[in-house]
Design a protein around this ligand. Structure first.
Ligand code: 48F
Length: 262
């Protein structure tokens, strides 16, 4: 049978719009598709929640692909090995408490297993604002990253969720947007973004978990965004804290969620 370019086009367009329309109202919307956002999405989807993730770049995965300084290995400490086991990512012991995993295997597996668990991902889409009702973040305002990059004057669209997770890494994009709109109201010591501190792996890894929490009604932070928001240091290419942070935010949200979005 002859293949028809118009049918190929219709298949993509119709299927995409069905998928998008199905995710304008969800239980959780995650901004940022690095390791913390993907792990959060995995556990939420696995628990049967309706969860969508928007990633600014063409390739999902954030800062994990390149390991450390483009040496494509990551380090994971013992405490996070159960998450590597959950995903089926292979690792080797380097010395006591230091394990290494191939960064490409790690991130590609996080992406594929989270999607297979039910997470829906839209790539090349940026969160450029939030929806807010009665001092609560209730959704994300989205635009194509290409529109953002080319600075075209095009209005965005919006999606609504019971909870939003800022997993945008060092950029802390969503918290930054809230800070601009309602200055001084974040649940941080100063009411503002405290800002990321210099590298200190040990301290950063434990603080990432502690800082994974609600920063404004309806808005949670995970991963490096949590440390940037609450003033923790960066940790470099050790990823246990990122994985555990994603798991922690998922469990916090599962406790707070009312029945599944339609
Ligand atoms: O930076 P990223 O990997 O965040 P993470 O999950 O992990 C951090 C580590 O990779 C590493 C580290 C650990 O040692 O410090 O940096 O906290 O992924 C964040 C993703 O968010 C996307 C960005 O492109 C990246 O892929 N992003 C940033 N701003 C937006 C966004 C936005 N406004 N909308 C959508 N995606």
């Amino acid at each position: 049978m002859e293949l028809d370019e118009v049918i190929i086009t219709k298949a993509i367009v119709e299927q995409f719009f069905r998928k998008f329309a199905d995710h304008v109202e969800t239980d959780i919307a995650i901004a940022g598709g690095g390791p913390s956002g993907l792990v959060a999405g995995y556990f939420l989807a696995k628990a049967g929640k309706k969860v969508v993730l928007f990633e600014r770049k063409l390739s999902v995965g954030g800062g994990m692909w390149g390991g450390g300084m483009l040496f494509n290995e990551i380090v994971v400490q013992k405490a996070a090995l159960p998450i590597l086991d959950e995903f089926g990512i292979s690792y080797r012991e380097f010395q006591k408490n230091y394990y290494t995993a191939d960064s490409v295997e790690s991130i590609s597996t996080l992406i594929s297993k989270s999607m297979q668990a039910g997470l829906t991902i839209f790539n090349c889409v940026s969160a450029e604002d939030v929806l807010m009702r009665k001092s609560r973040v209730t959704g994300l305002v989205l635009n194509w990253s290409a529109v953002e990059m080319t600075r075209l004057h095009v209005d965005p669209l919006a999606v609504r969720s019971q909870f939003i997770v800022d997993a945008t890494g060092h950029e802390t994009s969503v918290v930054r947007l809230v800070q601009e709109k309602v200055p001084g109201k974040l649940k941080t010591p100063s009411g503002k973004i405290e800002g990321e501190k210099s590298m200190w792996s040990d301290k950063a890894e434990s603080l990432t978990l502690k800082n994974t929490r609600e920063v404004f009604p309806g808005l949670y932070v995970a991963g490096m965004a949590a440390n940037a928001t609450f003033g923790g240091p960066r940790m470099g290419p050790i990823f246990g804290g990122m994985l555990l942070s994603g798991e922690k935010v998922a469990h916090m949200l599962l406790r707070g969620l009312s029945p599944k979005a339609k």
